[in-house]
Ligand binder design. Structure first.
Ligand SMILES: Nc1ncnc2c1ncn2[C@@H]1O[C@H](COP(=O)(O)OP(=O)(O)OP(=O)(O)O)[C@@H](O)[C@H]1O
Ligand SMILES: [Mg+2]
Length: 251
């Protein structure tokens, strides 16, 4: 199972929009058994799939080891895609992880899901703490959505440095422009500065995901946003294949 973390310490950069749409791409376009794990107490991923608030204040029990993940996982309306939901009990997750003193709790819980899923997509909260450190140690790749501004490269370098600080074997880190508006010169300059970075356009169809509570591929499949997300997912799959090919063979 590969673990794809959608992470940034910055809020409102498109993490949940991207995580939910990529999870749908993984299940529906690549036919992978996919679990979307919402680690943000605001339960945005659950909301995006109209599955929020199904179980109250139980998410922390998973981390405490009181219940298995299977007790919390909900199927979505899409074949091959399940949700491990969040709730307000995760507000204290960071202090709980510190109290537990297990530096790889997220990775350990992830390994328990290995037989049931091919892809685990993490929708991360905008934090820089023990929780984000554990996410970095558990991830196979980390996708970092960045707003298109001249500060983006700097912000990305900062995240990359933090990830290297957290683990001796840092996962590949993929930067992504998350809200490109080609009518704005600053956005065009950002694109020109990093022409190899993938990008997602700033468009109403992606805002609509939170209104319709569905992935864009289900209601506007041929739009630039849906195509950009599908291309992004294919790029992530290529990176996962490279990581798997480079991994030492067992025995
Ligand atoms: N490419 C896009 N085009 C237009 N609107 C977008 C795009 N990406 C995200 N949005 C909108 O921007 C807002 C923030 O997006 P989202 O919740 O995905 O960000 P986030 O990084 O998960 O935020 P948080 O840090 O609060 O969890 C939402 O209203 C969403 O609909
Ligand atoms: Mg979010």
């Amino acid at each position: 199972m590969a673990v794809v973390a959608i992470y940034s310490p910055k809020g409102g950069v498109g993490k949940t929009t991207i995580a939910t749409n990529l999870a749908w791409c993984s299940a529906q376009l690549s036919s992978h058994r996919t679990l979307l794990w919402d680690l943000d107490p605001t339960d945005g991923a659950g909301f995006m799939f109209a599955l929020e608030g199904q179980r109250k204040r139980q998410a922390r029990s998973l981390f405490a080891g009181d219940i298995p993940a299977s007790a919390l996982i909900c199927p979505s309306s899409y074949a091959g895609l399940d949700l491990l939901p969040s709730d307000a009990s995760l507000r204290e997750l960071d202090s709980m992880l510190l109290r537990l003193g297990q530096r790889n709790r997220i990775a350990t819980l992830g390994r328990q899901l290995e037989r049931s899923y091919d892809r685990l997509i993490l929708d991360c909260p905008p934090v820089l703490n023990e929780l984000s450190g554990q996410i970095m140690r558990a991830a196979t790749v980390v996708i970092v959505p960045l707003p298109p501004s001249p500060l983006s490269a700097r912000a990305f370098d900062y995240v990359a440095e933090e990830i290297r600080r957290q683990t001796r074997r840092p996962p590949p880190i993929l930067p992504l422009y998350s809200m490109i508006d080609r009518r704005r010169s600053l956005h065009l300059e950002a694109l020109a500065a990093n022409p190899d970075w993938p990008m997602i356009p700033l468009v109403s169809s992606l805002e609509q995901c939170a209104v319709q509570r569905r992935p864009v591929g289900t209601f506007a499949p041929r739009t630039p946003a849906a195509l950009a997300l599908s291309r992004l997912w294919q790029g992530i799959e290529r990176k996962l294949a490279q990581v798997a090919a480079a991994a030492p063979t067992p025995g």
